[in-house]
Design a protein around this ligand. Structure first.
Ligand SMILES: [Zn+2]
Length: 418
């Protein structure tokens, strides 16, 4: 069980770095780095049956992960989340083969665990002594949990609009938790750049850390396996900086290079209408996204970003390569989707429900066909943002006093909720 990764390579100047070099971005040109694998060699030696006999976690596909020495593995049992048919949602929006991957089932109740099991394991392998990150909540909770498990001291800066529930999760893992306020995202970026320049701090921010998105490749492997070793027609992913979507793209390309899949799914990036820089760039046919929108103006907290890292170039490339789409959805469309998903037994935050809002929109436009096999990635639990439920049901709750006369009308055949 050894990695097939050979080195890191710069997106822009193609400079190479070793897998034991604690580098964040390219030292020559500042470009983003990506792990490169010897897929041809792996194709010769891969024992697929042995892989599929391993426990169903992110680490099942060990050869396609960049850790060199297994002794540094930091795991909480992440990945392997269920893929569920959503019949009731599908009926409501006219899609017969709609499924959801419920990543709220991860250890810290969000998809971020797929990325931090990899990046924190790599940090341990690289001898990182201190970690810090900034977050709207989900990433911070996941980061804090894995750093605690790895015994690496850490500081988490939390955006001042994160929910109490998310902040509570970050704190319980024992890392230093600090509220961060700012006027524009550019200030945050500047501060982070200064921190790196002055203190040489190793970074865990998506894409600036070259390993986090490697964990999201596991979506592709799991979907392919759960669908009977087939590729879905569409995969719909919420996007802020787009780690999940980039991971999906890279993972499916690897399956194809290994001769396991014959095509790529079409990928859909969803963003709130309040801050849709990727959607805007996609619609204009551009390869770089410019700063746009107000992230705080939407309930979709987890994907509130007006300036994607690296200008969103990786995401726009993935969308172009898969003949994908980019869709913006309103808060009311997300709330409606939350209610729909509830009927299929799924409680997710608005930033996850946006995938169903996007599916509905693309189905109504005839872009997704009624028989297409569609997967919505549900990235975070509704328990992280329970106040959104009050917006789903603005009429409030009914009350009764403990008397049979008041109970009885509720239990008559027409009384229950469908
Ligand atoms: Zn470079």
């Amino acid at each position: 069980m050894t990695t097939a990764a050979t080195h890191l390579e710069c997106d822009d100047c193609r400079a190479r770095y070793g897998l034991l070099d604690p580098v964040n971005t390219c030292r020559g040109c500042g470009g983003l780095l990506d792990a490169v694998y010897d897929l041809e060699g792996l194709r010769q030696r891969l024992d697929l049956d042995a892989v599929l006999r391993r426990p169903n976690t992110v680490w099942r596909w060990r050869e396609l992960l960049p850790l060199v020495d297994d002794n540094h593995r930091v795991t909480l049992g992440e990945g392997g989340s269920p893929l569920l048919m959503c019949e009731r949602v599908g009926e409501a929006i006219g899609l017969r083969r709609l499924a959801a991957k419920n990543d709220a089932m991860n250890p810290t109740a969000s998809f971020k665990d797929r990325s931090f099991t990899i990046s924190v394991s790599k940090a341990k392998e690289l001898g990182v002594r201190l970690g810090f990150t900034y977050t709207s909540g989900n990433a911070g909770a996941s980061f804090a949990a894995y750093m605690a498990k790895a015994r690496i001291p850490s500081v988490v800066l939390v955006k001042d609009w994160a929910t109490r529930e998310k902040i509570a999760m970050i704190r319980i893992y024992g890392c230093r938790t600090v509220i961060l306020s700012y006027d524009s995202f550019a200030e945050v970026t500047r501060m982070l750049e200064e921190a790196v320049k002055r203190l040489g701090i190793y970074q865990f921010v998506l894409f600036i850390n070259p390993y986090r998105h490697e964990g999201y490749k596991s979506y592709a492997y799991e979907l392919w396996n759960d669908l009977g070793r087939r590729v879905p027609d569409w995969v719909i992913q919420p996007v802020s900086n787009g780690g999940g979507l980039y991971g999906l793209w890279k993972g499916f390309r690897e399956l194809k290079a290994l001769g396991l899949a014959d095509r790529l799914p079409r990928l859909v990036a969803c963003q709130p209408t309040a801050s849709p820089p990727i959607v805007r760039a996609f619609e204009a046919g551009k390869t770089v996204a410019e700063r746009f929108g107000d992230p705080r103006a939407s309930i979709a907290q987890s994907i509130g970003s007006d300036a994607p890292i690296g200008g969103g170039r990786r995401i726009l490339r993935a969308l172009a390569d898969t003949r994908g789409r980019a869709v913006a959805a309103t808060d009311s469309a997300m709330l409606e989707a939350m209610a729909l998903l509830g009927r299929d037994g799924l409680f997710v935050e608005p930033s996850s429900a946006i995938t169903v809002a996007a599916a509905k929109q693309l189905a109504s436009e005839g872009i997704i066909g009624p028989e297409d096999r569609v997967v919505c990635i549900l990235t975070g639990s509704g328990l992280k943002q329970p106040a959104a439920v009050d917006q789903v049901f603005p009429q409030g709750l009914e009350h009764i006093h403990a008397r049979i006369e008041e109970l009885e009308p509720l239990l008559l055949p027409t009384g229950g909720e469908g």
